[in-house]
Ligand binder design. Sequence first.
Ligand code: 13P
Length: 250
Amino acid sequence: MAIRPLIAGNWKMNGLRADAIALAGGIVKNIEDGGAAPCDMLVCPPFPHLQAVSGALAGSAVAVGGQDCHNADAGAHTGDVSAVMLQDAGCSCCIVGHSERRADHDEDDAVVRAKATAVHQEGLIAIICVGETLAQRDAGTTLQIVETQLRGSLPEGAEAENTVIAYEPVWAIGTGRTPSLEQVGEVHDHIRSVLAGITENGEAVRILYGGSMNPGNARDILALANVNGGLVGGASLKIDDFCAIVRSCG
Ligand code: 13P
C-alpha cells in the first residue's frame, strides 16, 4: 500500500494573529481552487495563534498542530503547554524534538521521548524530528547519529497511526542548502530499516524530509522511495510556495 504523503508547515515563531489567519485562509483557498490535494496537509502555528488558525481551517482539509509540548498534563511549568491543551485548541499533531528545541532548550532524546509519549496519550500524532549537524555529517557519523536519536526518541507503542518521523539535517534548516538526493535517500532508507525493526508497522510510518524544501526542489525529494512528505519552514509562510510543494506530491 502506498503511503499517503504529508506536507506540514512549521511556522516557527513568525507572524502576528492577523498574518496567521490570512496565511491559513490563503492556503485553504489556493488548495480548494486547485482541486483535491494529493497529500495530507498540516500547519503548525505559534501557540497564541492556534485557536484562530483552527477556526480559519475548520471544515478544510488542512489540519493544525503544535510545535512542541511539555510531557506533563498540567502543573507548575511556566511558559509550557501540554498536549491536552493542544488537543483542546484543535490540534491533531505535535512536533517534538525539533533541532531548534534540542539546541535552544537542551532537549535530549529522553525528553523528546517523554514529550512524544504525552502526545500519544492525548491521541495526537507525534512528529518526531531527527537530524545531524554539519560537523557530524563531515565526520561521517550521520547514519549513526540519526539512528541513535530515533531509537532514543521513539516511545513505546509508536506506530504508523500515531507517529511521523521528520529527518531534518540541522545544516539544511533555513540555509538554502539541501543534501543531495542520494544523501536524503540514504538517510531515509536507513530510518525505514530501523523503524521496520522496532515498530509494529514500521514500513507504513511516514518519514518526512525537512530543510530548505521549496517549490524548486520538492518534487525530486518527494519522489524518493522512502520520503513520504515534507516538514517545511520558510516556504510554508508563503501561500504559493506551500501550495506548490503540496502539489509536488501529485
Ligand atoms: P526551512 O524549511 O526554513 O529550512 O525549515 C525547516 C524546518 O526546520 C522545518 O521544521
